[in-house]
Design a protein around this ligand. Structure first.
Ligand code: GLN
Length: 552
């Protein structure tokens, strides 16, 4: 079967769940036995989301091959378990950066360089390159139709429809059908306008996904079909659901995947196998217990800033049949005096990845509380670095232990800062160097790195292995020179990089569950394969919860 391309666009407003709809279609096609890959085309001008503020843009997702991408790639991976690659994410900034390099190099032979055809050609190249033998490539276009920066992308996918033929290309458009309470009616006009906008640039959608708060009556569906040139069965309702794991099943009930096959002229051999989705949903809906985890971070108002983290905690809940409640604790402005009030009744404490000085003291106070009160603690990236710093200050008596990220190092010994910049490390036997003062966003250790785990450690018990690979995204490293001092007093470096230079996991010997990891385990957690670290962390939180209840 030749590879088919499905383009998913959005209209009316953003945040309608285009990423989730794309991921769900991927999962549904997979459940019918097809091989899929998902891609994201982002019209913004940033070269990648690495330097974008998480409050504006949500978390930065990282692929195995070290690309910093939009968080939608996380949805794709979690729903399909297909590991995303650098080549699955592109932005206008990247396209232009490639284009301008080519122009400077003289590749265009002095010709006039234009949006059409040069930018659109590069977009098409991106869509078509680096595919395996997938049956379907799903490409989601960020933003909404009508955005000025989206135009070259829409033109490029229009051209692909023409060049590859409509047997191989499909357009799906996601819109909103709002309910107007005063009129007691669902309104189809915004959808009509959105489709008109698409048709004006030459794209006739094949399927409409209509997000709505309530069932769309047949009359409205017919109206949409008639005015938008779409078959009635291809007007699919996307109703609000309680759990994201319900989305694939609901879309399938509305005939979404069936329509996709039908419009491509592919014979439907059997119904999709959604057993694993139903099982997950059953577990989510019927937890046997619940626990509360405090997340002490900086962007606590915005769940999207910690998307993968929240999902990983949910997966761990699924694994343990527990509902995981999150208590957001804002580390900035959080003082030692607040610790008791904020943390005494939670079952576990987590300090996630983070950057910069703001909130450091609050995070350290929270870590100190978890360590001295035997509360399960998981420190991720910055949360590991700060756990090491807290320990050095409070237990080892290194009063000014810090990271050069937020405090200058004044050489009180010859070991260097406890957490600092390493300029060199190895990956797969090859030396990689960090360019000091290099481009922002280009100076991090990014992507998958191997880690060796000490036999007999808690980490080994959790992973069931002494050799793992996890994804990284950070500039600073814990200084190996201090290892002996730490280990003698009970904080063990139980995971290190294969050449032995970089500490990757630390744990406390005399504590029920205290683990810090330099990498981001949340990026590899899946609903169907919860990450062992998170599963074990939540299990420890459940034990803590039992202790509470007994004491009460
Ligand atoms: N700010 C720290 C560093 O750059 C940690 C980064 C993170 O938590 N992702 O090393």
């Amino acid at each position: 079967m030749p590879t088919r391309f499905i383009f998913i666009t959005g209209g009316v407003v953003s945040s309608l769940g285009k990423g989730l709809a794309s991921a769900s279609l991927g999962a549904l096609l997979q459940a019918r036995g097809y091989k899929v890959r998902l891609r994201k085309l982002d019209p913004y001008l940033n070269v990648d989301p690495g330097t974008m503020n998480p409050t504006q843009h949500g978390e930065v997702f990282v692929t195995d091959d070290g690309a910093e991408t939009d968080l939608d790639l996380g949805h794709y991976e979690r729903f399909t378990d297909v590991s995303a690659r650098r080549s699955d994410s592109v932005s206008t900034g990247q396209i232009y950066s490639t284009l301008l390099t080519k122009e400077r190099r003289g590749d265009y032979l002095g010709g006039t360089v234009q949006v059409i055809p040069h930018v659109t050609d590069l977009i098409k190249e991106f869509v078509l390159r680096d595919t395996d033998d997938e049956d379907f490539i799903l490409c989601e276009i960020g933003g909404t139709v009508g955005d000025i920066e989206g135009l070259p992308f829409f033109e490029a996918i229009r051209q692909l429809g023409w060049e590859l033929g409509r047997e191989r290309v499909m357009y799906i458009h996601l819109t909103l059908v709002p309910y107007i309470a005063a009129a007691k009616e669902l309104k189809t006009k915004p959808t009509q306008h959105s489709v008109k906008e698409l048709r004006m640039i030459g794209i006739q959608p094949d399927i409409l996904l209509c997000r709505a708060e309530r069932e769309i009556p047949l009359a409205e569906r017919r109206k949409i079909a008639l005015f938008c040139n779409i078959r009635e069965e291809s007007v699919i309702a996307g109703l609000d659901v309680n759990s994201i794991y319900e989305v694939p099943r609901r879309y399938s009930e509305q005939g979404f995947d069936k329509q996709v096959l039908k419009l491509f002229g592919i014979e439907e051999k059997a119904k999709p196998d959604l057993k694993k989705w139903d099982e997950i949903l059953e577990r989510v809906q019927n937890p046997k217990t619940e626990v509360t985890v405090a997340i002490v971070g900086k962007y606590t108002g915005i769940g999207d800033a910690y998307k993968s983290l929240c999902e990983a905690l949910d997966h761990a809940g699924i694994a343990n049949r527990a509902k995981v409640n999150i208590r957001w604790v804002d580390a900035a402005g959080f003082e030692k005096e607040d610790v008791n009030k904020a943390l005494s009744d939670v079952d576990a404490v987590l300090v996630p990845g983070g950057f910069g000085e703001r909130g450091v003291n609050g995070k350290i106070a929270a870590i100190n509380y978890a360590r001295t009160h035997n509360k399960p603690y998981l420190g991720i990236c910055f949360g590991m670095q700060l756990a090491v710093i807290e320990y050095a200050r409070d237990v080892l008596g290194i009063k000014d232990a810090a990271s050069t990220e937020f405090a200058p190092y004044n050489a009180e010994n010859n070991k260097g800062p406890l957490v600092g910049l390493m300029t060199e490390w190895q990956r797969g036997g090859v030396i990689e160097t960090r360019a000091r003062g290099g481009d922002l966003g280009g100076t991090m250790r990014l992507g998958a790195y191997d880690c060796d785990i000490t036999p007999g450690s808690l980490a080994e018990k959790i992973y069931g292995s002494t050799h793992i690979s996890e994804r990284h995204r950070h500039r600073y490293e814990v200084n190996m020179q201090y290892r002996e001092e730490f280990e003698k007093s009970g904080m063990v470096f139980s995971g290190v990089s294969p050449e032995g230079h970089l500490p990757e996991i630390v744990e406390l010997k005399k504590h029920p569950w205290f683990v810090g990891v330099q990498f981001h385990p949340e990026l590899k957690s899946r609903p169907f394969a919860p990450h062992p670290l998170f599963a074990s962390f939540i299990k420890a939180a459940m034990a803590e919860d039992k202790k509470h209840k007994k004491a009460a």
